[in-house]
Design a protein around this ligand. Structure first.
Ligand SMILES: [Zn+2]
Length: 366
């Protein structure tokens, strides 16, 4: 014979249940469920137990014996009305006591941890990348320099040819860089070096270090072209684009490193450094760097279209490796037209002497 489950929702009263206080013989009480469990003895109110305080003492067949944390220690109440017992079980969440409390606490902690992971994931993939442009100016220059130094080590490891160190070539490059820095009209903390790689590329690291690769120098047909590329990189330095790109990719690690200090700082710097080498700049950043370069060349009375010319030639070169200028600097028609439009006639003196140009071209020859 099957028994339908007791209807807990309708059980509000139970007459003649048992109440014991451990001292006297158990008495009959009437129970009522309101905001609390209320007990009446012969019509007179005796006690009210808050649901959160009620614990199960035992569950004998057909009878639920409970106690309350706030009641005298020996007091108990036994409910033999199945529907009322079910109603008690429904309302008293902590009936099973500490074990249940611990279980619920564990669930709460697990839920919190999950929320934490979600929040951190949102920071990593959504918030920090979106805020990178606004956060970048807040990064101290000293931190940017540290990221730059780490990126420098990684870049040198990647381009195994090492730095080109012919003294005549370095002197010629230094003169060109000084000239361009003066023309740029903004204080620029840049250090320019050449790496012996056939790749036709140039890049700026966080902190102002710029590398020209041998392949790029070899494909340059005039000092103007090379100066255009350099000035373009100056633009990236002035706008801290490399740091911005690093923060878009490695910003969360960097933020965590800044919060937790040195313990995670070194790892965060390495992550940000790697990100600065692999992250591509936004189209706006490229346009801004082009405009910067055009301004510098125009200031010198040299044609800005020289930058467009060399980029176009590299773009057409099938030997372009995946690591080259085109990934970070995709040349669009819009960019080229812009450089054309901003270009003026060559009215100024050449940016390099013929001797310096030859020396720079030979900077990687030993
Ligand atoms: Zn660029």
């Amino acid at each position: 014979m099957s028994q339908s489950p007791p209807d807990a929702t309708k059980a509000v009263f139970a007459r003649a249940q048992l109440y014991g206080d451990g001292a006297d013989a158990p008495r009959r009480v009437d129970l009522r469920l309101g905001d609390t469990l209320q007990m009446f003895e012969q019509g007179a109110f005796r006690a009210a137990w808050a649901f959160a305080d009620i614990r199960r003492v035992s569950r004998a067949p057909g009878a639920l014996r409970i106690r309350a944390l706030t009641a005298p220690p020996q007091a108990w109440c036994e409910i033999s009305d199945p529907a009322f017992a079910a109603a008690i079980e429904q309302r008293c969440r902590l009936l099973a006591g500490d074990r249940q409390e611990k279980r619920e606490a564990r669930w709460r902690i697990a839920a919190l941890a999950t929320t934490g992971v979600v929040v951190i994931a949102a920071l990593v993939w959504i918030v920090i990348p979106a805020l990178a442009d606004r956060l970048a100016p807040l990064v101290p220059v000293s931190v940017e320099k540290q990221i730059g130094a780490a990126a420098d080590r990684q870049a040198r490891a990647r381009f195994k040819g090492g730095a080109c160190v012919s003294s005549a070539g370095e002197a010629a490059l230094a003169r060109l860089v000084d000239r361009l820095k003066l023309l740029a009209g903004v204080p620029l903390d840049v250090q320019v070096g050449v790496l012996a790689s056939p790749v036709q590329n140039a890049f700026a690291l966080p902190g102002g270090r710029i590398y020209l690769l041998r392949g790029l120098i070899e494909s340059a047909r005039s000092p103007d072209e090379l100066a255009g590329v350099l000035a373009h990189e100056f633009g990236h330095v002035a706008h801290r684009d490399s740091l911005r790109a690093a923060m878009k990719q490695g910003g969360a690690a960097l933020a965590i490193g800044l919060v937790f200090g040195d313990m995670f700082g070194a790892g965060a710097i390495a992550v940000a450094a790697r990100a600065s080498l692999s992250a591509a700049y936004s189209r706006e950043a490229e346009t801004q760097a082009d405009d910067f370069a055009a301004r510098v060349l125009n200031e010198a009375g040299r044609p800005a279209r020289a930058l467009g010319d060399i980029l176009k030639r590299i773009a057409a070169d099938e030997r372009s490796s995946p690591l080259d200028f085109l990934r970070d600097h995709p040349l669009t028609n819009v960019r080229q037209d812009r450089l054309e439009n901003e270009s003026t006639q060559a009215t100024g003196d050449p940016l390099m002497s013929a001797g310096d140009w030859l020396a720079l071209r030979a900077i990687c020859n030993r």
